[in-house]
Design a protein around this ligand. Structure first.
Ligand code: NAP
Length: 308
């Protein structure tokens, strides 16, 4: 197998927490360089920017963009123009339409553009999808609440336009929702709470449905202290499905029966290696469209300023 030589761009929290280990564990993937303004890794070629990497760096086949969403489109375009495959952290963009020209560039260049949704690879997501296929779904409720100070310390970009605020984790729940439900859902109402000093919401309540009127609700909140919730409850004609731990555990009527180690990022890199073998792209914008519609439809309230 030819090794896919990958450069990580944006060596921050998720690059360190997940991408490094996943690349090291996946056959056919090799970390070759890092482009990050303020961070590097001993023993690896380092460049401050992606432009410098592409101009002066060692030969690479692909970049994995772990930067904040606001700067990724330009980086992806530069990498595709230089003939590299591109893996995008979630969310794939700051807006929906900005992905179209990138997909077109990837097709034209016969290179892979992979918009990743790591939560879809959580171990209980596929078993949940299969279980639901054989049932009549009556309602869905998402509870996705975490302490922003614990999980996103000092990440000012999250509060800027395009940073998504509480939808940064919330979109993970929506990526699972759009994978496990048999029919597409859409937003019918939303309430967004913006801290007085921020450009992105700290909490959001969404009402969604599908063509048959399925009731779906979602509560996202960045102000959760104590126990954290990353849960999706689905009531069906034959039992209640609970996905908890961000999709890591599945229970039916309270009895846990699917639990497995987290391999989300290994799965992403396995898929990336597979996609690049044929230069195929994988860009599903369904979760981002729901977030965009929540911003379009959302009633806004201003809440107390957020201080990190
Ligand atoms: P982060 O800790 O802020 O890291 C991003 C890195 O990108 C920064 O350390 C910075 O490195 C670089 N960067 C920041 N602003 C930049 C700019 N304007 N231009 C160029 N480079 C810039 O953020 P993160 O948590 O790793 O999140 C990055 C992406 O991964 C986000 O889209 C997030 O949704 C996604 N993600 C995060 C998590 C998580 O648990 N944190 C989980 C899954 C997915 P330099 O200063 O060295 O350039």
């Amino acid at each position: 197998m030819t090794e896919l030589r990958i450069a990580i761009v944006g060596f921050g929290k998720i690059a360190r927490d997940q991408h490094l280990g996943a690349i090291a564990a996946v056959p056919g993937a090799t970390l070759t360089a890092i482009a990050s303004r303020n961070a590097s890794l001993p023993g690896l070629p380092h460049f401050a920017t992606i432009e410098e990497l592409l101009e002066k760096g060692p030969p690479i086949d692909a970049v994995s963009l772990c930067t904040p969403p606001q700067v990724r489109r330009a980086q992806a375009a530069a990498a595709l123009a230089a003939g590299k495959h591109v893996m995008l952290e979630k969310p794939p963009g700051t807006g929906v339409a900005e992905l179209d020209p990138l997909v077109a560039m990837a097709v034209e260049a016969k290179r892979t553009l992979f918009a990743t949704w790591h939560s879809r690879h959580a171990p209980a997501v596929e078993p949940a999808r299969r279980w639901l296929l054989e049932r009549r779904i009556r309602s869905v409720h998402i509870d996705w609440k975490e302490d922003v100070r614990v999980w996103h310390p000092g990440q000012g970009w999250i509060w800027e336009p395009g940073g998504l605020g509480v939808f940064d984790p919330g979109i993970n729940a929506l990526s699972i929702l759009t994978r496990i439900l048999p029919k597409p859902v859409f937003v019918t109402a939303a309430e967004l709470a913006f801290p007085a000093n921020c450009q992105a919401p700290i909490a959001a309540s969404l009402t969604l449905t599908d063509i048959e009127g399925l009731p779906v609700t979602a509560e996202f909140d960045f102000r959760q202290t104590g126990p954290q919730s990353w849960n999706i409850l689905v009531e069906t004609d034959r039992g209640r499905l609970t996905l908890s731990g961000g999709g890591r555990r599945m229970a039916i009527d309270g009895n846990t029966f699917a639990e497995a180690p987290d391999e989300e990022y290994r799965e992403l890199y396995r898929r990336f290696v597979e996609l690049t073998a044929t230069g195929t792209s994988d860009v599903d914008l369904a979760p981002l469209r729901l977030v965009a519609d929540a911003f379009l439809l959302g009633k806004r309230t201003i809440v107390e300023p957020f201080v990190d």
